[in-house]
Design a protein around this ligand. Structure first.
Ligand code: KG4
Ligand code: ZN
Length: 339
């Protein structure tokens, strides 16, 4: 009988310290996530140096908890998988160095994982039947990518943001209307109370055949709109800004994602990353995919945001494809997905 492979995943690329144990790339045994959001909130965003220091303070305890939760010890682990990019360099170094030390001390194989690949693999944990090929839309605070996943480990970037990531645009618009970091979920909630047509938003689609995105103009539009209203003493509702912004963002994302499926003749669409939690995005994608007979997949909310289970899943697939990293593995803040 084939032996099960247990992967210990470590994720510290931004402001979540997370460690998980995953069986055969698909089954979560434990997934401990310690968020630093309350610490960074007071600064209006993630402060890289503070993030690194906090990862350092808690990483050992998070590893212990991930193993204690399932009554396992480090000896039971087969592979150590650790995010090595993209992300904040100091933050990445903490988890990656810890992973390298464990690999050395325990004499277990080390696999460095690309964080974006991890977000995509979160779907393998949630949907046991999901197999490539599919189109993935990865939308988070740092990334907005449309990706053709032709097989495990085979990625082609079809489109990406030319300026702000979607989550970043959400957070900036939220800040403009006085909502604290991270503003994405707050705009999402507020948008349900507003009229999405009350304010006429621009809809930046770029060139007709482009699968790239641009969101920075929307943030500028909101700032100009607010300043203009204030100068002319015109009343406006934050709810309407949230609803109008969400409506146009969701429209752009769904139009381009569906176009990618059609262009490459793929019938599965996968959402990933923090913004994949967005209620408007999920609803619009469901409607559009139904119309076009496409299968839609997205992870539950916990697996949308940064977590180590997705890193362990990605580590598993890389491991069985033969990837091994040496102790020379370094943090790569701008790591690309395509090779
Ligand atoms: O994937 P993630 O946890 O971290 C990165 O890798 O960036 O994504 C965090 C981002 C933040 O910008 C947050 O505002 C956004 O995801 N986000 C949302 C929602 N939930 C989280 N944006 C819109 N609607 C949501 N419901
Ligand atoms: Zn992420």
């Amino acid at each position: 009988m084939k032996k099960d492979i247990l992967v210990l995943g470590i994720e510290t690329s931004c402001d979540e310290t997370s460690v998980a144990v995953v069986k055969n790339g698909r089954e979560i045994l434990s997934n401990v996530i310690l968020s630093q959001i309350d610490i960074h909130k007071q600064f209006g965003g993630v402060v890289p140096e503070i993030a690194s220091r906090n990862h350092l303070d808690v990483i050992s305890q998070v590893i212990d908890k991930a193993l204690e939760d399932i009554n396992l010890s480090l000896d039971d682990i087969d592979v150590i998988a650790t995010t090595y990019g993209p992300g904040l360099v100091g933050a990445l170094l903490v988890g990656m160095s810890y992973g390298k030390s464990l690999s050395y001390a325990l004499n277990k194989p080390l696999v460095g994982v690309n964080h974006i690949e991890g977000h995509i693999c979160a779907n393998y944990l949630e949907h046991k039947e999901l197999e490539p090929p599919f189109i993935a839309l990865v939308v988070s605070g740092g990334h907005t990518h449309l990706i053709l996943v032709s097989d495990y480990g085979k990625y082609k970037i079809l489109g990406r943001t030319r300026d702000d990531a979607v989550g970043e645009a959400y957070d900036k618009v939220a800040r403009a209307i006085g909502l604290s970091y991270p503003g994405g979920p707050k705009i999402d909630n507020l948008s349900n109370l507003g009229d999405k047509y009350a304010i006429k938003f621009p809809k930046p689609m770029l060139e007709p055949d482009s699968l790239d995105f641009s969101f920075s103009g929307l943030k500028s539009f909101v700032l100009n709109f607010i300043n203009n209203c204030k100068m002319k003493e015109i009343d406006f509702k934050n709810e309407d800004i949230a609803a109008g912004f969400q409506n146009v963002v969701v429209d752009i994302l769904s139009t381009k994602a569906i176009k990618a499926c059609e262009l490459f003749n793929i019938n599965k669409l996968v959402l990933a990353g923090g913004v994949a939690s967005n209620s408007g995005l999920r609803l619009k994608m469901k409607e559009e995919c139904e119309k076009k007979s496409l299968e839609l997949y997205f992870p539950n909310k916990i697996l949308c945001t940064d977590n180590a289970a997705m890193i362990a899943s990605s580590g598993y697939y890389n491991f069985i494809m033969g990837k091994r990293d040496s102790l020379n593995l370094n943090a790569s803040p701008n790591l690309k997905l395509e090779v």
